[in-house]
Design a protein. Structure first.
Length: 512
C-alpha cells in the first residue's frame, strides 16, 4: 500500500517539475512559490510517510495526493484538468527541458528510456533497432491465439521506415468504434490546418431591426462564450441606439438531417451549426447526459434572454432564418485553435466534437455538410491529400458511434504513421491528443506494468467492440505505431484488458 502511494507521489512530483519548466513567465508569485516549495514539501512528506503508523498512512494518503495533484494541475497551464496539454505539448517541443532525475526507476514501472520519446516526431534514423516480424509474432501470437470465438486483428508498423512489421488480419475491416476519430482528426487538421478557428457571430439588419445569431459550427462553444458574445452585441446595438430588436438564428452551415444515424442517444446531441455546451441540459455534465431536443433553438432562446438582461428589448421568440443580405457585423466569438479541439476530442473521446469536425471537413471539401457528406469528405482527404490507401474502409459517421463503420487495423496504423511523420507537422495534435495509459483521458485507469505512460492510444468501445490504436516506444527505444481491434465474443471476457496486454507486450519487448 505504501509503495503504491509513494509511486503516485513521485508521479505528481515529476509532473510538477516538468510543468514548472514550461509554465508562462508571467505566472503569479503564489504559483511560483508553490512550484518552488513543492519538491521540498514532497520529500518531507514522503520521509514522514514511510515512518508513519499504518492508520496515519491511511488518513493522510488521500490529502497528500490531492495536494500534489493540485500543484501539478495549476502549474500545467490553462488546459485540461489532466495537465496533458501543457506538459506533453511542451515536452514534445522541448525534450531538452527534462531533468534526468525525473525518470529515476520506480518499482514495478518501466524506466528503460525517457517517456518523452513517445511524443517526438519520427526521423528516418532513430538509432534504435527495429523489431523483427518473427520477434513480434513470437511475442504477440500467443495472446492473439487465446482470442477464442472473437475476431481480433492487429497491425504494428514502424513509422520511420513505413514497414508493416506485424500483421494479423490487418487488411480486414472491423468496427472501429471511437478509433474512427483518428480518421476525423487527420482529415480536419489536414484540410483546415491546426490554427483554424470557428467563429460564432452576430449581424444586424437596420431596415428590419433584426439581429441574427450565426452559428459557425463551433463544437466548443460554452455558456460563458455566449454571454461574452451577448455583451459585445448589446454594446454594439446601444452604440447604434438600437435597443429594440427581433432575433433570428442561422444554422444553415450544416444541412439536415441533424439526428445521428443511430437515432436519439445521450452520447451525442443533434449536430447543428449552433450548439452551446454540446447541447447538454446540464452544462457541467460529461459523457452521456440528457440533451436538449433542439440545441440551436435553446441557444437562441438563451441569447435572447441575455440580451433582455442587458437592456435590449427582444420582440417575440427567436426565429430560425438565413442571415440577412444587408447584415452589418456586430460581434463575434472565435474558438480555440483546431489543434486544441482535436486534442480534447481524442483525449476525452468526445462524440459531439467529432461529428461537428466531420461536418466542417465536408464544408471545406465542398460536399453536403451531412453525416454522409462528412464521411465521404474524410475518406477523400485521407486518400487524396494524405495518400493513405483506405482499402475496404467504410465510414458512415465521424465519431464511430455507428456500428456499420468498418476500418482495417492496417489503415488505422497508417493514419498514425502519417501523423508521426515530420512531413506532416500539421497533424501533430493528433499524436499529442492521444490518451496516456494510466494517466489521462479514456486510458487514465487502463494500463499494465509495461504500458503506463509509454502507450499513447485512442480507445474505442461499443457493444461487442473494443479497439486500441496509438503509439508506443519499445524497450530498445524504437517508436512504433499499432492498432488492435476486437469484434465479437472473446475468451478474454473483456476485450479491453486483452488489447491493453497486447500494447504492453510491444512496450516491454525488443521483439527481435
Amino acid at each position: 500500500m505504501r509503495r503504491g502511494a509513494l509511486r503516485a507521489s513521485r508521479r505528481a512530483l515529476r509532473a510538477s517539475r516538468i510543468a514548472s519548466r514550461v509554465a508562462a513567465p508571467a505566472a503569479g508569485d503564489a504559483l511560483r512559490a508553490a512550484r518552488r516549495d513543492a519538491p521540498r514539501y514532497a520529500r518531507a512528506a514522503a520521509d514522514g510517510y514511510l515512518r508513519a503508523r499504518p492508520r496515519t498512512v491511511a488518513a493522510t494518503a488521500a490529502g497528500a495526493g490531492l495536494l500534489l495533484a493540485l500543484v501539478s494541475i495549476l502549474a500545467s497551464g490553462p488546459y485540461t484538468a489532466s495537465g496533458q496539454r501543457a506538459s506533453e505539448r511542451a515536452l514534445a517541443a522541448h525534450p531538452e527541458l527534462m531533468d534526468p532525475h525525473d525518470h529515476a526507476p520506480i518499482p514495478e514501472e518501466p524506466a528503460w528510456h525517457p517517456a518523452g520519446q513517445v511524443l517526438a516526431p519520427v526521423s528516418d534514423d532513430t538509432g534504435a533497432p527495429t523489431p523483427t516480424p518473427a520477434g513480434l509474432t513470437a511475442s504477440l501470437g500467443p495472446l492473439l491465439a487465446a482470442a477464442g470465438t472473437g475476431k481480433i486483428t492487429a497491425a504494428v508498423l514502424d513509422p520511420a521506415s513505413g514497414r508493416l512489421l506485424y500483421s494479423s488480419g490487418s487488411a480486414t475491416p472491423l468496427t472501429p468504434a471511437s478509433t474512427n476519430k483518428l480518421a476525423t482528426a487527420a482529415a480536419a487538421l489536414s484540410v483546415l490546418g491546426p490554427d483554424h478557428r470557428f467563429t460564432t457571430r452576430t449581424g444586424y439588419d437596420p431596415a428590419g431591426g433584426t439581429v441574427t445569431l450565426v452559428g459557425g459550427g463551433d463544437p466548443s462553444l460554452r455558456s460563458a462564450d455566449l454571454a461574452k458574445l451577448v455583451d459585445s452585441t448589446a454594446a454594439a446595438l446601444k452604440a447604434r441606439n438600437a435597443t429594440r430588436v427581433r432575433l433570428g438564428y442561422d444554422i444553415s452551415l450544416f444541412a439536415q438531417p441533424a439526428l445521428h444515424p443511430i437515432g436519439h442517444n445521450d452520447n451525442i446531441a443533434l449536430v447543428q451549426a449552433l450548439t452551446v455546451d454540446e447541447g447538454r441540459t446540464d452544462p457541467n455534465a460529461t459523457e452521456a447526459s440528457t440533451r436538449y431536443p433542439d440545441p440551436a433553438a435553446q441557444a437562441a432562446a438563451s441569447f435572447a434572454a441575455l440580451l433582455r438582461a442587458r437592456g435590449i428589448t427582444v420582440d417575440g421568440a427567436p426565429a430560425q432564418s438565413g442571415e440577412p443580405g444587408a447584415s452589418v457585423p456586430l460581434a463575434e466569438n472565435r474558438s480555440a485553435p483546431l489543434s486544441d479541439l482535436v486534442e480534447h476530442m481524442l483525449t476525452e473521446s468526445d462524440n459531439d466534437y467529432a461529428e461537428q469536425l466531420g461536418h466542417q471537413v465536408a464544408v471545406a471539401e465542398h460536399l453536403p455538410a451531412t453525416f454522409e457528406g462528412a464521411a465521404k469528405a474524410v475518406r477523400q482527404v485521407l486518400a487524396g491529400r494524405l495518400g493513405i490507401d483506405l482499402g475496404t474502409t467504410r465510414l458512415h459517421d465521424s465519431s464511430g458511434l455507428d456500428s456499420a463503420d468498418a476500418i482495417p487495423a492496417g489503415v488505422l496504423a497508417r493514419i498514425l504513421a502519417v501523423a508521426e511523420s515530420t512531413a506532416h507537422p500539421e497533424l501533430r495534435s493528433l499524436i499529442s491528443g492521444l490518451p496516456v495509459a494510466g494517466f489521462t483521458g479514456t486510458l487514465d485507469d487502463r494500463s499494465d506494468t509495461a504500458s503506463a505512460g509509454l502507450v499513447h492510444a485512442k480507445t474505442g468501445s461499443l457493444t461487442g467492440v473494443d479497439t486500441l490504436a496509438g503509439t508506443v516506444v519499445d524497450r530498445d527505444g524504437r517508436l512504433l505505431v499499432f492498432a488492435f481491434m476486437a469484434n465479437g465474443d472473446s475468451a478474454f471476457g473483456s476485450g479491453r484488458s486483452s488489447l491493453d496486454a497486447l500494447a504492453g507486450r510491444v512496450a516491454a519487448c525488443g521483439c527481435r
